[in-house]
Design a protein around this ligand. Structure first.
Ligand SMILES: Nc1ncnc2c1ncn2[C@@H]1O[C@H](COP(=O)(O)OP(=O)(O)O)[C@@H](O)[C@H]1O
Ligand SMILES: [Mg+2]
Length: 245
């Protein structure tokens, strides 16, 4: 089966500056969480911007569900099945949770479909259902992130792009958010996750990729990357402490 999204040999950058991505290849098979890790400034957000059509690649190929979509803008990419949850916070604090979630359905004309998707995301994210009529600004950071997840799933995307969902969250909220990422995968949406919080993200993901100098230079089962001592020293802030007997 074709991957939900493939970026093949992508070069991309900003204006006249040297390219940020220099022959990057990454794919997200159906039913998986693929995690791209790398330090601040490595180009993780740039990968997601290319994947969602916010930034056109200078060269390379992008396919969604096996169909080439290279060069399409964000609206076409969304219609093709790619949803993007941006880095930072993007809930509207003065609007209710319901209004924030329903913004994700603005492209859907069929009211019955909107109702069905609403029920789906309320089931998947219990906190969204519980706080449905609350102003979103009153929710914690982790709860707001789940509102953003729910909004992104309203279009029933093939793949959702998550840009550092744990940013600014405490460890408990981070765990909850990553549990919800797994639920999204289990409910049928493939996930391309980028994170600076590499260890936690690799513990959640099925496949891990390390971004370095604009390319993916190591990829494989996330558990293998976590177990590699050299990788741990280079990218994961050292090895975890040995568990006490
Ligand atoms: N809008 C932009 N205009 C110019 N340069 C940018 C822009 N966004 C990012 N960059 C540059 O591209 C590089 C990669 O940035 P980014 O993809 O945001 O990295 P990461 O998400 O891994 O921290 C950095 O050198 C950054 O300064
Ligand atoms: Mg970033």
């Amino acid at each position: 089966m074709a991957s939900e999204i493939e970026l093949l040999d992508v070069q991309a950058g900003y204006g006249r500056a040297a390219p940020v991505l220099r022959g990057l290849t990454v794919e997200v098979p159906a039913g998986t969480i693929v995690c791209l890790v790398g330090p601040n400034g490595a180009g993780k957000s740039t990968v997601l911007k290319v994947a969602s059509g916010l930034l056109a690649p200078r060269s390379g190929t992008i396919r969604v569900g096996g169909v080439e979509v290279t060069g399409q803008g964000p609206q076409r990419m969304l219609a093709s099945g790619v949803a993007h949850v941006l880095q930072g916070h993007s809930v509207f604090a003065e609007m209710t949770v319901a209004e924030n979630v329903l913004l994700g359905a603005y492209t859907i004309k069929d009211k019955a479909r909107v109702a069905a998707r609403t029920e789906f995301v309320r089931d998947l994210f219990p906190v969204v259902a519980e706080r449905w009529d609350t102003l979103a600004g009153l929710l914690s950071g982790g709860q707001q992130k789940q509102v953003e997840f729910a909004r992104s799933l309203m279009v029933d995307p093939k793949v959702v792009l998550l840009d550092e969902p744990s940013m600014g969250l405490d460890p408990k909220a981070t765990s909850t958010v990553f549990e919800q990422v797994v639920r999204m995968r289990d409910a049928g949406t493939a996930v391309l996750l980028v994170e600076q919080n590499a260890r936690r993200a690799l513990e959640t993901a099925d496949i891990g990729c390390v971004l370095d100098l604009g390319r993916v230079h190591i990829s494989g089962p996330a558990a293998d990357l976590l177990a590699d001592p050299q990788l741990a020293d280079l990218y994961l802030g050292g090895r975890p402490a040995e568990p006490r007997p």
